[in-house]
Design a protein around this ligand. Sequence first.
Ligand code: PLP
Length: 380
Amino acid sequence: MTDQGFSTKAIHAGWDPDGRTGAVNVPIYASSTFAQDGVGGMRDGFEYSRTGNPTRRVLEANLASIEGGAYGRGFSSGMAATDAMLRAALRPGDHLVIPNDAYGGTFRLIDKVFSQWGITYSVAPVVDVDAVRAAMTDKTKLVWIESPTNPLLNVGDIAALAEVAHAGGAKLVVDNTFATPYLQQPLSLGADVVLHSTTKYLGGHSDVVGGGLVTNDEQLDADIAFLQNGAGAVPGPFDAFLTLRGIKTLAVRMERHCDNAEKLVDVLSKHPKIDSVLYPGLASHPGHAAAEKQMRRFGGMISVRLAGGKQAALDFCAKTEIFTLAESLGGIESLIEHPGAMTHASTAGSLLEVPDDLVRLSVGIEDADDLIADVEQALG
Ligand code: PLP
């Protein structure tokens, strides 16, 4: 069969209607253990749900398919996936390069936990391929990027960064949480691993926490699978089911997220209370050319810097009525937050510290006119 389109894979990959009952959706296999036909006689490869669960297996096959990879692994959160990835690839003495803006939790894990085990890191802006190359040492095993980054929405040229990483003997990990595989497929651009917080756009309804890793590298997948089972940060079957249900509508949701974000960017760009709008779709954005090359559209995340500084940013967050003041992103409902005090508080005083006049908007799929009216009334 010719390669299927994105939504066909998102809706079908990993599951055919059940042979016995005809169920068109994978059941939630709420079973911690599986009967064996004699010692070692596993049915369909299942023995214990930390090691493997049928609902999770469908999610993993689906994740691999929509990212265009051979192997997918599900985790109990994006951070659990991050932790497994770092442990699969790094040993004491190794070094990695991370973005100079990245999700605060990723930075915290590397800076506070992995540093205790003799792993060092350097930071570099993902937009600057030469700076990433210069940050690498002979000990560098991973170049870790987000694109677009959280929260400044910087864009890295994934193909160029893959070349730089590989030339230095390192692997490139792309956290694809903001873009989603609908908008961007890093493995096809040369990345070695794609990471997701499936909590965000893939789940899409702010009702489940999860993570995933996808790769074409058989050995790396085996190392990840060993840790997935050995450390056990796995999603339960209900979580796997909810994430799968979200993925089925990813393409239509992303189109609407992008439509709404573009309309809001128009309004925000002209607003006197907004100093600057950070959105990869703007021609003035430093990563626009790379984004245009590697992304289908520019996503549903917008960051803005307020002309009135930190207090104006806090006031904006406090005054929206449809945009809910909350951490997280990627759900159908619009969210607003102050990264400096919320999602990125752990970067305070570090090279990853975010500006205090910054506000991050996760643009939902409500009616665009209502979102525009909400932002306008909140800015006053
Ligand atoms: N990566 C990015 C880009 C994120 O924004 C987040 C969470 O906000 C994570 C990873 C961590 O994911 P989780 O919250 O599912 O552990």
